[in-house]
Write a protein that binds this ligand. Structure first.
Ligand code: OAD
Length: 231
């Protein structure tokens, strides 16, 4: 049976594709007030501003391509049972060929009704005020905003609990519950963390190896390493 490899990815894995991270210098949260564009309060205050923010993010998706880190991650499926739990709302993992991707914070290419969380639909165009879900209510981006529940977290916890090896790529580990997922790994599960500016991870029982590198350089090394290690 193939070993279970779980990849926890954040904005840093898509940085080399040209998508800005959130908290780096020049990142998305430097140019925007988070609560204005990524919270239910922001939506209620100025829906057009929120839609414009995500319309721009969605438009950019059509101009970028998966990078080497996404590709290597997809190729690992040949030898491992790989599941990706990503905080990213882009589709670059899927476009690189990964088949099992859980999006904790939603997806830019999906939309749903303001009425409820169900009835998620595929959506590739801009969303404008007045665009309605088939249920008759205004469409909103299928994005988890600050203050909202993270419906995929239960699935993600189960996936991490089963992992034989965890690889964390390009996340500042600041946003919960995503950042708390590693606490659910078995204490013997090795963890590799790739980030040019890694966060410190306190109170971790697991064996941890940090690669202070870009996602693509780090994944090249881990790809070679996975061939050698017993876990
Ligand atoms: P952050 O912007 O907080 O962190 C990005 C991480 O990527 C940082 O640790 C960088 O050092 C690292 N990084 C930068 N360039 C990199 C590269 N070339 N290769 C690898 N790593 C690189 O992004 P996240 O941790 O993903 O949520 O943010 C988590 C959540 O906060 C996002 O999903 C978003 C945001 O608010 C919502 O919008 C709900």
């Amino acid at each position: 049976m193939k070993k279970k490899l779980v990849i926890l990815s954040g904005a840093g894995i898509s940085a080399e594709s040209g998508i800005k991270t959130f908290r780096d210098a020049g990142g998305l949260w430097e140019g925007h007030n988070v609560m204005d564009v990524a919270s239910p309060e922001g939506w209620n205050k100025n829906m057009a501003l929120v839609l414009d923010f995500y319309n721009k993010r969605r438009q950019q998706l059509f101009e970028v391509e998966p990078n080497k880190a996404h590709t290597i991650t997809a190729e690992l499926e040949t030898d491992f049972d790989v599941t990706i739990v990503t905080q990213n709302v882009d589709d670059l993992h899927e476009r690189a060929g990964s088949t099992k991707v859980v999006h904790l914070h939603g997806e830019l290419l999906k939309a749903r009704s303001v009425l409820n969380d169900h009835g998620v639909i595929e959506w590739r165009r801009d969303i404008n005020p007045g665009d309605l879900h088939p249920d008759g209510y205004q469409l909103r981006p299928h994005i988890v905003w600050f203050g909202e529940a993270v419906p995929a977290i239960e699935d993600a916890i189960g996936i991490v609990e089963e992992a034989d090896c965890l690889i964390i790529i390009g996340t500042s580990m600041q946003v919960y519950p995503a950042a708390g997922l590693i606490d659910f790994a078995k204490s013997t599960t090795p963890i590799y963390y790739i980030d040019p500016n890694p966060a410190s991870i306190p109170n971790l029982r697991n064996p941890l190896e940090v690669f202070q590198l870009s996602a693509s350089a780090g994944m090249e090394i881990i790809k070679a390493k996975l061939k050698e290690i017993e876990f």
